[in-house]
Design a protein around this ligand. Sequence first.
Ligand SMILES: Nc1ncnc2c1ncn2[C@@H]1O[C@H](COP(=O)(O)OP(=O)(O)O)[C@@H](O)[C@H]1O
Ligand SMILES: Cc1ncsc1CCOP(=O)(O)O
Ligand SMILES: [Mg+2]
Length: 294
Amino acid sequence: MADESPPAPEPADGNVGPARNPVGVFWGGRAWEFLSLVRARSPLVQCITNFVSMDLVANTLLAAGASPAMVHSIHEIEGFTPRCDALYVNVGTLSESWLPSMRAAASAAVGAGRPWVLDPVAVSASDFRMDACLGLVALRPTVIRGNPSEILALSSACRFSDSRGVDSSHESMDAVGAAMSLAEASGATVAVSGAIDYVTDGKQVVGTHNGVAMMQKITATGCAVTALIAAFVAVDPSNTFEATLCALSIFGLAGELGMDLARGPASLRTNMIDSLYGLDEQTVASRVIVSQRR
Ligand SMILES: Nc1ncnc2c1ncn2[C@@H]1O[C@H](COP(=O)(O)OP(=O)(O)O)[C@@H](O)[C@H]1O
Ligand SMILES: Cc1ncsc1CCOP(=O)(O)O
Ligand SMILES: [Mg+2]
């Protein structure tokens, strides 16, 4: 298809331009379209997520215009999950009693033709967690998003990596190859977060440069952006790759705007939610920065 979109303005540092997607649409424009769809449709996102993250995940989804539901009882899966627009599973505070709900919900989502998204928090912390995540990956998540250490560990299914827990000890660039392998093996779109967030389907790799380092100093920002990915995928399940990249861009941009007024992590958290809520087309179109890596 001919590329008829106008040329993108080069960013100040000149080395990464807002790239075009394969059909020549600006990522800033795509990100705005996805956010607008989420605001218009308010997708219902079932979240089976860790205790630490529940508040930030729910508030992030609400600020974006989506509708969160923290429903995790095994007795509610059969009736509830197929009615949702997307499912989000996060193993951050995994326990024996929750794992069956996660599996049942993933199966129910797949059975109902709904997308589901996995966040393999601290996957290498224990054999129990690694086995649980491998079992969940076998249930065909639509998207997997983790930090570099998590994606490296899950991709190699290495049970005793040098990861220290929920935080990453690697750069996102280090995990791009692992993310591609994981995408190929699982059939999922894989996102690895960091200073640059990379998204891959196993063939192409695209990076978004939005975000600020202080987002790492707020617990559950990773969990929250994975939930946002679920909301974006929910409104356009046939464009998983774009939805994932745009959710990461939008969340990073909210962090950048929030940082303008922040005095530290606590005020950044508040300002980030406010900024996400208030994003407008001009800001999104002009400030989303994406680069094609491959
Ligand atoms: N060095 C960084 N610079 C800018 N943004 C970052 C940086 N590190 C992480 N982020 C952003 O913080 C959010 C959470 O990512 P990350 O900290 O990698 O996940 P997790 O919380 O799962 O470890 C993502 O939106 C990511 O883009
Ligand atoms: C601190 C902590 N412990 C178990 S889950 C969790 C939150 C992890 O959040 P994130 O992966 O977004 O950093
Ligand atoms: Mg995480």
